[in-house]
Each structure stands twice: as C-alpha cells, then as structure tokens.
Ligand binder design. Structure first.
Ligand SMILES: NC(=O)c1ccc[n+]([C@@H]2O[C@H](COP(=O)([O-])OP(=O)(O)OC[C@H]3O[C@@H](n4cnc5c(N)ncnc54)[C@H](OP(=O)(O)O)[C@@H]3O)[C@@H](O)[C@H]2O)c1
Length: 279
C-alpha cells in the first residue's frame, strides 16, 4: 500500500508518517512546500501524480481563535482544500482519512457525543471542519472521518507545552474548569489511523485517549506528573474570554471503535506520562 500524509510538519501528520514507516508501509509526507491547500489545482495535480492508494489528511487551518478573523482563509484550507483532496482521491480510487474535531458539536449536555449525532458547530473553525466532512461525504464512498480532541504531540505547540512553559515562571495559574473533553496523544492516535487505513471499515469514528477531564484537571495532572509546584485555580469559561467560543461538553463516545473491532486508545493520564518522557 502507498500512502500520502498531509500536514507532515504538524503534530499529527508527523507521527502518522513515523508510524507508517515503522510498519514498513510505503509513504510520503507532504507540507506546504509540496502543495498549498489554498491552490486546488496544485493539490489535485500532486495527488494524481503521486497516485497513492490512501491519503491521510492531517493538514488543516487549526488556529481556532484566529479563524474568527481569517474566515476566508480558514474556509479555503479546511473546506475547499479538503474538497480538492477528496476529488483527487475519487479519481484514482484512493481511500481518504479525514481528521476532524470535537468542535463540530455544540457542546450541550454531559453525555458523550456518538458518531451519528448531528454536528452543530459553535465557532468558525468547527464550522469549516464540519463542512470539510461534508465535502468528503459528498464526493467519496471509501472514506474514514476520525474526530479527535485536545491534541498533543512532540512536533508542535499544545496545551502541555504551554503549561510547562508558564509553570516554570509562575506560582499560580488560572485554568478553565467547565470545558470537559479527552486529551489525545498524537502517537496513540497515529497508531489507530494506521490500523484503520489498511481496512475497509469506512465511516465516521471518534478517536481520542480514554477518560474525560477539564482543562483544569489536565493542568493539575501535568504539574503532578512533572512535580512542578504550581497552584492551579479553576475558573469558568466566562472568566477567560476568547475570540472563539468553545464547547463545554467535548466528550466523544468511542463505542463505534470497539463495535468495528478497533482497540480503544490508552487512558489520557498514561498517554501524558509517555509524552512527558518523550519530550
Ligand atoms: N490540535 C488539536 O487540538 C486538534 C483537536 C481536534 C482536531 N484536530 C485536527 O487534527 C488534525 C491535526 O491537527 P494538528 O494539531 O496536528 O495540526 P497542526 O499541528 O496545526 O498542523 C497542521 C498542519 O497543516 C498545515 N497547513 C495549514 N495550512 C496549510 C495550507 N494552506 N497548505 C498546506 N498545509 C497547510 C500546517 O503547515 P505549516 O506547518 O506550514 O503551517 C501544519 O503543518 C487537523 O485536521 C485538526 O483540525 C486538532
């Protein structure tokens, strides 16, 4: 099997490529240099030229707050760019794995969202990621949509790195405690993606580490494991205004993974422990 990975300079794309290589699967990782997702023609031509059997599309416009300002660019990358990838995949009969997000949901209630719940995004980034899903579904049959959340990987910036940086200088940090979700280690998610791509079990999945916590609880666990002496103060989302509204309930149900014979990912605390060793 020959696999193309987009977003190879980002957190997830980097680890997906490493996992594919470790499995001795023929693969190529691409970034902005190979093709820019804002250029539909360039995107399609590159994929047709490389002619992979599968594309794992990890690249995206991911700046959630900035997306409220750069709406046009965010749409071009996440919707139009994804559409171009889907069309190219269809032309060469390649499978497509599109990575989506917990932010496609409205975050109401407290129960985990099942894969078949109707998305209703509440911020612009979430809207474009959902429209990206629709582009994929419109064009293709051989697709996987994997929604993940609260990603941390070695190759890029994330909440864990921010907490470690701030924790070095500050004795006290205020962190939001009313948004609940699952931190997800890219190395673990990449394993699932590589397991999935060789199957034909197409459809929508949720892929996150197991267990749920708030950002506050996540921060407490980071400082507990690193033995940094930082007092974490729980605050409400309303006390930490951001340009983009975040869903309060980001719990994603992973029942479908098990139903289709895939392994659930390890607990997020265990993922964090391995990640801290790695960085
Ligand atoms: N991060 C999270 O917490 C989170 C949560 C849920 C879902 N997701 C989804 O998971 C996937 C991977 O996220 P991530 O955290 O690994 O993202 P990331 O680290 O921000 O990487 C995204 C990559 O996309 C590339 N990219 C952006 N615009 C591009 C363009 N116009 N043309 C070509 N490449 C472009 C970036 O290239 P440059 O390096 O050149 O800028 C970057 O390497 C994304 O689909 C994201 O929506 C992420």
């Amino acid at each position: 099997m020959k696999v193309l990975v987009t977003g190879v300079n980002g957190q997830l794309g980097h680890d997906v490529l490493e996992r594919l290589k470790a499995q001795q699967i023929e693969c190529l990782g691409v970034g902005r240099l190979e093709f820019d997702l804002t250029n539909e023609k360039e995107t399609e031509e590159f994929i047709l030229g490389y002619h992979p059997q599968a594309v794992i599309h990890c690249a995206a416009y991911t700046a959630v707050d900035q997306a409220e300002i750069e709406k046009e660019l965010c749409t071009t990358v996440n919707v139009i760019g994804t559409g171009a990838i889907a069309r190219a995949c269809r032309k060469i009969d390649a499978k497509l794995i599109y990575i989506s997000t917990d932010y496609v949901f409205n975050g109401r209630g407290e129960v985990p969202f099942e894969t078949d719940v109707q998305p209703l995004p509440i911020n612009y980034y979430g809207k474009t990621k959902f429209e990206g899903e629709l582009e994929v579904k419109k064009v293709m049959e051989k697709y996987f949509i994997i929604r993940t959340s609260w990603v941390f990987g070695c190759n890029g910036n994330n909440f864990v790195k921010t907490m470690l940086r701030l924790g070095k200088d500050k004795k006290e940090l205020s962190v939001v405690s009313d948004q609940v979700g699952s931190p997800t280690y890219t190395w673990d998610l990449a394993k699932l993606i590589v397991e999935m791509v060789v199957t034909e079990k197409y459809g929508i999945y949720h892929g996150t580490n197991e267990g749920y916590c708030s950002w506050y609880e996540f921060a407490c666990e980071i400082f507990r494991q690193t033995k940094l002496d930082v007092k974490v103060i729980p605050i409400k989302s309303e006390d930490y205004p951001t340009k983009a509204v975040r869903p309060k309930n980001s719990r994603l149900s992973k029942d479908k993974l098990e139903a289709e014979g895939f392994n659930r990912l390890p607990a997020w605390q265990d993922a964090l422990r391995r990640y801290l060793l790695e960085i």
